[in-house]
Design a protein around this ligand. Sequence first.
Ligand SMILES: [Zn+2]
Length: 363
Amino acid sequence: MKLNSLWLVALLLASVVAVAAEQPPYRASDFAAVEKVDTHVHLHGALPTFMLRAAADNFRLLTINVNYSDFPPLSQQRSDALALRLAHPDRVAFAATFDATDSQRTGWATQTERQLDDAFKEGAVAVKVWKDIGMQQRDADGRAVMIDDARFTPILRMLEERGAVLLGHLGEPRNAWLPVAEMTIRSDREYFTTHPQYHMHSHPEWPTYEQQIAARDRMLDAHPKLHFVGVHLASLEWSIERTAEFLQRYPNASVDLAARLSHVQRQASVDRDRVRRFFIDFQDRILYATDIACQGPQEDSACAAEAHETWLSDWRFLSSADRLHSDEFEASFRGLSLPRDVIDKIYNGNARKLFPTAWAKAQ
Ligand SMILES: [Zn+2]
């Protein structure tokens, strides 16, 4: 009798599991109903139309400050992020950053640690380091400053000890090291033509692609407890195999998809099942992100429209099995039709876990 009821429980459990596994993927019409986070945006100034769009599309946002000359000065980015956070505590969180210019100076690390400490007190949920480390900063003796340099150790140790997240944009897409005509994606050809200072193919005086990746990996080897997000697919966007190896080697690392989904789609045009398997295998380690940048009130409406379009087309790729085209490359590809629970993690659960204090509950 006892054995029989155990069997019954086992059978019931098995059928529950089977039903869960058979849950159909989300439909296009589920888009607005599913809670989502875009973990990589750059929001500058008040953006009322964009914020209404984000609310209508059910997106929460992580706006990331970054020491980039195309963006406002860091002090402005800091006050913009604080103002947005204050106006939309349930929708906007922010990541702080620091200026690595002058990092050779005695006292630089102590001063930077103090700045970051203030940023955490103001509510920052992460710290961003950018490709200027590795591709722009040089010491007085001409040596390129790399992220595994000892001068960054106190800062990284501080982040590690407080369990804070480091967002690392280190290196660039591998396309940056190729001649323009050989780049695989249209937007890379455009970006590196209009930003020749980052087109590393023309700058052999800077470290190679593999040297950038190796410096980042040595930094992670030295800080095994650091919570790290390799933004832009950890600059390994051209190969999901390399990205998978990276995630296997660093159990405390995640990757975000910001501005690199077309590289994934290109790989899906060759072997969709392989790409789909990658998303399922690493469903706990991938963060949905776009890299949308809104440069102040004059771009508010355009930015809202662009975000809506990007969010919808990414949703279609990840959730449907539709035949799709991108203006980034020629071949067509099919959507990944990821299971619901995988979509929920990539779009929401993983971000909530990594940034538990980020988005206050709505009043
Ligand atoms: Zn970005």
